[in-house]
Design a protein around this ligand. Sequence first.
Ligand code: ME8
Length: 509
Amino acid sequence: MTGEPFYVTTPIYYVNDSPHIGHAYTTVAVDTLARFMRLDGRRVLFLTGTDEHGQKVDKSARDKGIDPQTFCDTVSQNFRDMNVMMNVSNDQFIRTTEPRHIAASQALWLELEKRGEIYLGKFAGWYSVRDEAFYEESELKEGKAPTGADVEWVEEENYFFKLSAWRERLLAYYDAHPDFIAPRARRNEIVSFVKGDLRDLSISRTSFKWGVPVPGNEKHVMYVWLDALTNYLTAVGYPDTDAPDYKTFWPADLHMVGKDIIRFHCVYWPAFLMAAGLPVPKRIYGHGWWTVEGQKMSKSLGNFLTAGDLVAKYGLDPLRYFMLRELPFGSDGDFSHRAMVGRINGDLANDIGNLAQRVLSFVNKNGGAQVPTPGAYKETDEALLKAARDLLSKVRAEFSEQSFNKGLETIWQVIGDSNRYVDSEAPWTLRKTDPARMATVLYVLMEAIRHVAILAQPVMPQSMAKLLDQLAVPAHQRDFAALDTALVPGTALPKPEGIFPRFVDTVPA
Ligand code: ME8
């Protein structure tokens, strides 16, 4: 595979939890981007996986009476299964308990130690096991972490990373790379955190064993976040900086994460990398948080939505579409049945589904079930074709900034234009009065649909593949370079089938 490299990652998920819609969201957003870049000729490395060390995982395993490794094996598999179910096209799935990752984490530790960035000291402070994070006294709210998680007082001998020494260099880095942290609100949040009282960071623990052993002092295991962040390097072959994947893909183009973990990615991670003399990733995107029917998702509230439940109820591609279309990417949003059904019946069944169905069944019945032969174009035809051909550059710009909702809106404008064009050109009338003109109108519509289907593939791969099948577009002409080709008149077309059925509530809402 040639093309400009694009390395994109999801967070690696803790194995203490079953996969839910939040995990599916991040992974589908990254999957969409990875698919988009591949179709756009880029050489993509898409990494996801599971974060298996630390006190939280250790505790979850113990609570179940299972040894941590067996527990991790089971739960990690659930995340792999989620990827298959969500049609996720990851190139690698990493687990932090793999030997290659333990080796990479220890190598990074030794590099930091060699460069004088680590010292042994005594830690006394607040720790939240749920967040796997240290908090300052001043950050606590009514005795809890700002996230609402319980905190405990920890006093241990710990190794520290000289984070405070990196304050000015971090700020200079943010200044010199205005697109490093997105969206803008997150950037401001990080800059003010770093401008505040940035203390040295405890990077080892002694009170439990479930972690990567600190090289040279096996009383300590590495702080789970130092180990976890290193996964992005492990996957490209670190510590072998001559490894082909390292050379091709590092630094990563994008770490996609939820807003809950931007401090780790935008402060600690670049500081560790700079301190180890390694290049820093190009961009971190902290997306928003989903609630469910207006409430925070939690097991105790019983509103914990697994991706599996949602796929079974609404269908895979409608769910993928909803997640990326419903919210301005970056903002928080609410998952509600009503909003989901609105998108299925509106954007999918009515807008694109109906357009495809009415055009393709008309061609099937009245056009000999083959791609029509167009005559000379009128202004209205040229206008719709131009709108379709202009899509790629617009959608590319929007997806490159992770504005998925805007990219989809742009595609849906052409769907709207096409529906208006069908109404105004009225091929059913032309059938009797001017069959040659009818053929031109149908051809223009099919070309518009072809553009839409090719560009919507990253979001809805299965449904758009079906639609492209119905347009008889060969498999090798479905990438973005093929947008410049055109449907060949006379090509036989299969019998069309509806792609997006309406969602009918069995129980009235
Ligand atoms: O933080 N809405 O893992 P984690 C949107 N292991 N996204 C959500 C969400 C919600 N309600 N709930 C979860 C960890 N997410 C670490 C990461 S990376 C080196 C280590 C998504 O299992 C979102 O991407 O707690 C969030 O950042 C991630 O799941 C947290 O997953």
